[in-house]
Ligand binder design. Sequence first.
Ligand SMILES: NC(=O)NC1=NC(=O)NC1=O
Length: 242
Amino acid sequence: MRICVINPNTAAAMTEVIAAAARSVARPDCEIVAVTSTMGPESIESHYDEALAVPGLLRAIADNPGADGYLVACFGDPGLDAAREVADAPVLGIAEAAMHLAAPLGRTFSIVTTLDRTIGRAVDLVAHYGFAGQCGGVHACDIPVLELETNPATADILEKACSEALRTDGSDAIVLGCAGMADLAQRIGAAIDAPVIDGVAAGVGMLAALAAMGGRTGTASGEFRAPPRKRYSGALQDFEIS
Ligand SMILES: NC(=O)NC1=NC(=O)NC1=O
């Protein structure tokens, strides 16, 4: 089994954090291929960044055919539906996966994301995935994405934000709202004595289960079949994918 985990920003150091989290839960027979986008923003912290991250994500999928599943390792789940039209296997986003696995762990879960400007996107995804009744609230730790790895106070700040979120919302579990937080899930879970779900690990587990069940995206006839062929111009002139 092979699962391709794609960091849709261009920060290779962050991909290393993501890859370690993915491999920490992967089954022995599951190879994790970790990929860093080759074009687009160095981090994704706005709607603008999300939009500009999608071509690099789609290119990464097209350049890594034959995986049994693909994971979009950014909490905004950028380009998820387009990725499903390009991929020849199931595609999950880490926000989608984290919410699905947090739901059974209590009555409600809280999300702790990076900058406060990313709260709205997370709220939209909660509604989109059908978890509005189970998400007690979305909060920001106010650490920029690329500082998660460089700020020595990240773990303490995030632990405090998660503890505050549980108390404020009365929630039972935490969803970490950034792939760059993946390495802190276990430490924070122990510190606040509550389940803390990282979407990278959640996504790898769900994709492995889907692959074992023979799950596939409706590439033949469904909405996510290959897109119609057409010309693209300008910077995307040679962006031939499918
Ligand atoms: N909420 C976030 O900021 N998420 C993210 N930005 C990135 O660049 N990767 C993420 O997971």
